[in-house]
Every structure is written in C-alpha cells, then in structure tokens.
Design a protein. Sequence first.
Length: 323
Amino acid sequence: MSETPPPERPSTFADGVRLAIGTLSVFPVRPGVVDRRAGGIAMTVAPFVGALIGAVAGAVLTVALWLEITPLLSSVLAVATVALLTRGLHLDGLADLADGLGSGRPAEQALDIMKRSDIGPFGVVTLVFTLLAQVAALSEVTAAGAGPIALFTACVAGRLALTWACRAGVPSARPGGLGAMVAGTVRRGPALAVTALMLALPAVLTLLASIGAFSPVLPAFSGASDGLGLFTYVSPGDSGAAGEVMLSEAYRTVDVAAVGPGSGRPSSSLWGPCVAVLAGLLAAWALRRRAVRRLGGITGDVLGALVEIAMATTLVVYAVTVG
C-alpha cells in the first residue's frame, strides 16, 4: 500500500522573495512554494528587485561613460542591460497589451490576441516609441550628470507599479496564469511602507551626490567640499586637470543656499526623483485602469506593460526636472 505524500508546506517570506527574483529577473534562484501568499510577497518586494536591476544597469552606464562612450550610446547599452536582466518579458508584455487594446475587440478576443506569439503593428509601434523615450530621456539625464541615479530610480518605479497593480481589489482577467496568482494579493499597509522607502532612497542618493559625497558618474569620491554638487569625470586616457570634465550642470538647482551648512532645507532638486517616481506610478495607474476596464482584470502581460510605461515616464519626467 502506497503512502500518502505529505501535504505541501505553506509558503514563507523567503519563498516570496525567491519568486520575485526568479520571475522578475534572470538571476538564477530556485523557486520555493508558489501560491497566492508567495505571490503577494513577491509583488510587495518587487521594487527591491528593481533596485538590484537598476544598480547593475547603472554600473554598466557608469563604465560606459568611463570608457568615454557618448551619453546616447551609453544609454542604449544601459537600457539594453535592463532588457537583458529581465529576459525582455516586460517588453513582450507591453507589445502584447498594445496589440490587445489596439485591436478594438471584446475582452475575450483581445485576451486571445495577447496570448499569440507574434507581435502586431500596435505592439511594434508601442515598443519602438517606448524604447526611444527611455533611451532619449536617459541620454538627456546622463549628459546632465545624473544618469545612473535616474536609471536606478526608473527601475525601482517600474517594479513599484507592480506592487500597486496587485493591491487588494484588483481582479484577474483570466482564471489562470501569473495575473490570477498575484491579483489582489498586496495589502495597502505594506504597499505604502515600500513606496515611502523607495521614494526616500533615490532622494537620499541625490542628496549625497548634490553635496559632493560621491560622483554619480564614476564610483569614486569626487572630493568636492563646497556643497555645490560639482562632479568630476576623469578620462581613462588622461591625467591631471586636462583630463577632467566638470559636470557643474548635473544638479542646476543645487546651491549653497539650498543645500549646505545652515540651510535648514533641501534643494528643490531632491524632489525631482520623487516627482518622477510619482509620475511613473500615475501613468501605470492610468494604464492599469484602462486594462481592467477593457479586459476585466490584469494579466502577466498587463503587469509587464506597467513596468515599461512606469520606467519610461519616470525617465522622461526626471529629464525634465533635471534639465
């Protein structure tokens, strides 16, 4: 007589973290127990995975600049790194959602279109313009000296959009799939706590950079002590003053009156990352609302699209606030 297999253990916080890393990145992590509780934890900690991806992509951007690659080509490499680290799944979701919503068909037919492996004209156009917006905005911010921080912020914002898209009350468009597992699993309290932390993190990085604590262009101390946020880029082929390019325009709103001894208040540039993240979340909310109305809920493709739209919006707004 065969023995009855023991029941599967309930999921833990670690299972949710493993699910988040394994689903949202290429980093090899063995999956644990996968259920709705683990899905809720995964979507809650998704911004931390975004921070990891943003840190790696930001490092690629920094190295490219150190090698004297132009801001535009460096930005292309950085955005490509983000796509590589996510297996391109979010971009695929964006294209699928664009095809589904652009078809004008009823919900069931639109969902069937989204499940197809091919990409239609709406998907192609949406992908092209979204990637162009990301690269162009990142190039603009990079030329201003804040590229790595902006990219880090955008990656965090994209995954923060997942947290809010899976909050309680948001339905799934299908009975199965990733959307069904994570829809409505995130509680409001943890979502607010993670949001507050993720809004503070880029602002702190910007503050440290603006007072000269470190350079956002090269991973080395700039030695600046005047509180003006002047960052030094040292060419790898040069030395001395001739090989230095002062990026004094990196944070144009930072000055002694705004950030410095006795100022008592932060520079307006510190609000730039927060405004950019909130703008990205607003854009993702609008798209999620549209998808729920048209499709009846969220799917894995919808979640991927939210990541890309939030990232693009964050970078564009960041470019406007920094520029």
